[in-house]
Design a protein around this ligand. Sequence first.
Ligand code: NI
Length: 176
Amino acid sequence: MATRKILERGDEALTKRCRPVTQFDRRLHDLLDDMRETLALANGYGLAAPQVGILRRVCLVTASDGSVLELVNPEIVETEGEQIGYEGCLSVPGLYGVVKRPQRVKVRAQDRNGKTFEAEDVGMSARCFCHETEHLDGHLFTELADGGRLYTEEELDAIQAEQEKKNKGGKHRKGE
Ligand code: NI
């Protein structure tokens, strides 16, 4: 196993539509193993093959239970609800945008041996299913960010501190 270099916004590889995987061979397994190690080192939530310069429909998504799912030729087959929140990307370091996503997402994909399976998840993992499959079509979250506005980590910290102050200010909160 080895880590691979993560490409950043501006690199052409991140704008390409990736080709389906047709051979579930050693080469694919090496790619998946390397992507796992790269994701762990970067402390990320998900990673798509084009981010390491491989234009194939392969990605990793961290599930709600903490396990890392390997998705080959993934397709979103069902979505439900809505969530609005901050989103970032290892290829856009230090910048975040507000992106609307479904709350629940079901994907159909193949595993590293070509066996088809389905996975369903909510919250951050649902967000990640959408984000990673979009990478495979050459799209970045920055295209979906509300108002095209991106925030730095400092701006994000300031916004969160402001929100916490507001929450403390309310004496009676519903549902408590
Ligand atoms: Ni990304």
